[in-house]
Design a protein around this ligand. Structure first.
Ligand SMILES: Cc1cc2nc3c(=O)[nH]c(=O)nc-3n(C[C@H](O)[C@H](O)[C@H](O)COP(=O)(O)OP(=O)(O)OC[C@H]3O[C@@H](n4cnc5c(N)ncnc54)[C@H](O)[C@@H]3O)c2cc1C
Length: 305
């Protein structure tokens, strides 16, 4: 399939990319969808029950992605199970990756982001041995245990609430003096004594030999340190965008997210960026879907010109 030419290339198999491929195909364009390792779902792949998603009943990320994927197949979207490393060219873009090269007239970058890790002693050594970034995958291992969650946004609180179904106590360590999260998460945590809060604090060390035994927490104002015993540490301290394929000539914000105009087009004409990779992204699946729909329709319109 390498060398094939398409109207629109969509890069990234998360919900933004799946939705963009869907709407580009509905608009009549020939679409290649580049999905790294052929695995769809992105950041919500392991989330068992999505919050704020307008569906008739509860749905998990894997099921949502699988449903979108099979609908895209029916619409004739060409799945290419490859990452893309580089985009070059002007009127026609050449996309290259480890598995080949392809051409497209318009490109939609939906490469999302990765969860940041903690850069403190012990965190890397104990990754997978008590340090986790998936409560839905690992929560069941912590029945009646004490766990710590690092972070204060939507992801941290939703995963902490999930952990609360298993753990005896969940201590949330956050650098801020308030949460930056949906109010219903905040209320749920405030009303439940299993959740303990450490405001304006940060984890400075993860302690343990063969597994996590405790974390050392520092109060950012007073400087005082405390050791909190726990057998699991769940880290949700923000996102790092997957932007390597765009090179250095596409504008980014201070945190590295891709800058676009109001139509989601980057500084490279015909190259759009949507979803979690984009500066100013709202952070929710419904925002990803809105951006994807808009960018796909604009790109398809350009292909008809
Ligand atoms: C733990 C957690 C729980 C969440 N729960 C909710 C929730 O309940 N409700 C809600 O509204 N939001 C939730 N969110 C937010 C939501 O996950 C994101 O807003 C959304 O998934 C972003 O989708 P995306 O497609 O832009 O990016 P991503 O989901 O990051 O998908 C990007 C995809 O692109 C792939 N990719 C990266 N680089 C390349 C490349 N070079 N070539 C090809 N492919 C590439 C990646 O592997 C990935 O599969 C949650 C987030 C987290 C972290």
């Amino acid at each position: 399939m390498t060398g094939t030419s398409f109207d629109i290339a969509v890069i990234g198999g998360g919900i933004a990319g799946l939705t963009a491929a869907h709407h580009a195909a509905l608009a009549g364009a020939s679409v290649a969808h580049f999905v790294e390792l052929g695995m769809t779902g992105g950041l919500v792949l392991n989330v068992g029950a999505l919050d704020g998603w307008p569906s008739a009943g509860p749905i998990g990320g894997a099921d949502l992605a699988a449903g979108l994927f099979s609908r895209n197949e029916e619409l004739g979207v060409t799945l290419v199970p490859s990452a893309i490393d580089r985009i070059e060219g002007r009127a026609v873009k050449t996309l290259s990756g480890p598995d080949g090269t392809w051409q497209a007239r318009q490109v939609i970058v939906a490469t999302g982001a990765q969860l940041r890790t903690l850069d403190v002693p012990g965190a890397e050594r104990l990754a997978g041995r008590g340090v986790s970034q998936c409560a839905w995958c690992d929560g069941g291992l912590y029945r009646d245990a004490e766990v710590v969650v690092a972070g204060g946004g939507d992801a941290a609180l939703s995963e902490a609430i999930h952990l609360g179904q298993y753990a005896r106590a969940v201590t949330i360590v956050t650098r801020g003096e308030m949460f930056r999260a949906r109010q219903h998460y905040v209320s749920r945590i405030a009303d439940d004594e299993r959740f303990r809060l450490r405001w304006a604090s940060e984890i400075v060390e993860v302690l343990g030999e063969s597994g996590v035994e405790a974390v050392r927490v520092r109060d950012r104002e007073a400087g005082a340190e405390e050791v909190i015993a726990c057998s699991g540490l769940f880290v949700f301290v923000g996102l790092a965008p997957n932007v390597g394929l765009l090179g250095s000539h596409v504008a980014r914000d201070a945190a590295g997210f891709v800058v676009t105009d109001a139509s989601f087009e980057t500084a490279l004409p015909g190259v759009f960026a949507i979803g979690a990779v984009r500066a100013g992204y709202g952070g929710r699946l419904t925002h990803a879907v809105a951006e994807a729909t808009s960018a796909a329709e604009i790109a398809a319109e350009r292909c008809r010109e």
